[in-house]
Write a protein that binds this ligand. Sequence first.
Ligand SMILES: [Ca+2]
Ligand SMILES: [Ca+2]
Length: 533
Amino acid sequence: MGFHLNLKFMRKFIFFAVVFFLTGTSWSQNLPIDFERSEHNFSAFGGAQFTRDKDPLRINNNVGLITNTGGDIFEGVFIDLKNGIQLDSAKKVFFSVYHAEGDSFTFQIKLEKNTSGEPDIYVQKTIKNSNWHHDSFDFSKAKVVGTNVAVNARGRYMRLTLFFEPDQLKTGKYCVDDIKGFASNLPPMSSVTMPIYDKLVWSDEFNYSGKPNSEKWHHQVIPPNNGGWFNNEIQHYTDKKDNSFVGEGSMKIVLKKEKFTYGNSTKEFTSARLNSKFAFTYGRIDVRAKLPSGSGVWPAIWTLGTNVGETGNYWGRDAATVGWPACGELDIMESWGHNPRYVSSAVHTKARYGGVETGGISLPDPYNNYHVYSMVWSPEKIWFLVDDKEIHTYHPEVRTAENWPFAKDQYILLNIAVLSQVDAKFDSSRMEIDYVRVYQKAITTAVNGDPNETGAALYPNPTSNKLFVQGMDRYIAYSILDMNGRILQSGSLKGQADIDVSNLASGVYELSLNGDDQWVSSGSNAIFRFVKE
Ligand SMILES: [Ca+2]
Ligand SMILES: [Ca+2]
């Protein structure tokens, strides 16, 4: 959903993200790229065209021919490298270029890590040469895309993009050949397998009637931005039953054209924005929903860090105030009425100045059909799915506080916003939510004893702050031990309970559950092993 959007950056980021989604299936190749093999095939975007062609000046040589059609100021071509270019000791990328028309031109090479969370970088120069021009770009003096910030680039870059006359609408034909750099000798990017989170830890099936269950949902109604909402939204959110209610197995969130005053602020539309009173770290969330429609209508299923400290939200009262985007935001489903049937997912972090990483999919009729919008959030990668089909992933190679605020609790938000381009004839539209389900991983196997005998389950694993223990009716006491057997904390439990482990350092620990004489023979216990992030 996002707040405080910088539209200039946003457009650029969204543009590149869309390009990635549309054309993200090119082959992965290793350096050097000399166009002698058919795999040296770039993917074109923004109107550009790419073909492997004969060298116009040298016989028996193949080159890449890029044609700018003037379709977009950022038309270009890219290729995904199998092992990437490693910019550590060697920082230069070599190339040969040739302009078929012979005029001077600006040539840019952009490199992307493709792992999200770190900025894209580029080097460019204006070249005037009527023959082949052999040159190199020094990425120790690269610039961050979208800024004038210089950076001494390091690490591995997986995607190479070429622009001719970037930032200008210009037609032209350009040849490129022999792109060389220091090929990474690291193995291809590790593929992280999607974990299976199958322990249902929180849900609302909406099998009741009336207002949304107040034990599970908080209505966010106080406009946090000087009497209004962020993003130039033009509605108020209310807790009125005609803006959100449950019946016939689903929750309805209704956006209505209706004058409404909150404080001194009068708006022409009302809607609802619900916060879950449940927050979690890692797991899978499934939301089955039908979407509202109409130009300017902006439904969202998303999460924010509980530490956002936003006025009027459920967590504001005891949350730290890191603010947005440092809290992290995960958009499981967003859709904008001006782009009908397209649903997308996005990640907002501080690393991209609040900008986004997005991916999406067009659905035939998300307004009249239910789809399941899911997110699988693991300690190192996040997957976004529609009907179990992956539409976007977020996977920084190196996780930092800037690009990965996602080792802390997030809470769920469900809302419909409306923007000023709403149709004058718009009356009302609704989102119907069949269920919201959150799953986590549980440990059910003790490192000693019979797991069926213990009947206990621990989740989530790994954990960052709380360890939930289910099936505790047979145990009354617990201890947490380090791997040297030292007791670090202990206490008593009965039934389902949670143990605060936020003070533990990262590492592997054992939880010892100790039997009650009434149920378990004296001295009996079960030990589970868990990971503290
Ligand atoms: Ca060649
Ligand atoms: Ca239901």
